[in-house]
Write a protein that binds this ligand. Structure first.
Ligand code: RB5
Length: 154
C-alpha cells in the first residue's frame, strides 16, 4: 500500500536553491501521478536559505496539514538537520532506494530528505517511489521510534 493511497493530505515539499531543480522534477512526477502536494518553496534557483523553507514544512507535518514531506538541499544535510529540530518530524536523508526502504520500515520517517546536487533524476525517482510505497514495520521499531522525542529523555 502506498503512503498516499488512503490520505487526503498533500505531500509537503521544500528546498533551497540547490534543491530547486530536483523539487521541480518531483513536482512533475507527482502531477503525472495525480498525487496532491503543497510547495513551501524555494520558488526559484536564486540563492536562498534552507531553514526558511524547512521550518514551514516541519510545522505542516507536525500539525497534520501535510504527509509525508520531501525536502531537498545540495547535500540534504542542512535541510534535514533543520527539520529534525522539530519533535514531530523524523526526516531521513536517503541516497539509495534501500536507505529509503529502511527509513520507512524501521524509522517511520515522515520526511524524505534528498541531496539534490548529488543524485540523477532516475535515482531521485527510484528513492521517492520506494519511500512512498514502503509501510512502517512497527513491532520493535515502534518502541524505538516512541523514544526519539526529546521529552522522552527528561
Ligand atoms: C547551498 O550551497 C548548500 O550549502 C545547501 O544547499 C546545503 O547543501 C546545506 O546543507
Amino acid at each position: 500500500m502506498s503512503l498516499f493511497d488512503n490520505s487526503e493530505k498533500p505531500i509537503g515539499l521544500a528546498s533551497d536553491h540547490a534543491g530547486f531543480k530536483a523539487k521541480q522534477f518531483i513536482i512533475k512526477v507527482l502531477q503525472e501521478k495525480e498525487i496532491p502536494y503543497r510547495d513551501f518553496g524555494a520558488y526559484s534557483d536564486e540563492s536562498s536559505d534552507y531553514p526558511d523553507y524547512a521550518h514551514p514544512l516541519a510545522k505542516a507535518i507536525e500539525n497534520g496539514e501535510c504527509y509525508p514531506g520531501v525536502a531537498i538541499c545540495g547535500t540534504g544535510i542542512g535541510i534535514s538537520i533543520t527539520l529534525n529540530k522539530h519533535q514531530g518530524v523524523r526526516a531521513a536523508l536517503c541516497w539509495t532506494p534501500e536507505v529509503a526502504l529502511l527509513a520507512r520500515a524501521h524509522n517511520d520517517a515522515n520526511v524524505l530528505a534528498l541531496p539534490g546536487r548529488l543524485l540523477s533524476e532516475k535515482e531521485i525517482y527510484e528513492i521517492l517511489m520506494m519511500f512512498l510505497n514502503t509501510p512502517f514495520e512497527g513491532g520493535r521499531h515502534e518502541r524505538r521510534v516512541s523514544k526519539i522525542p526529546f521529552s522522552h529523555s527528561i
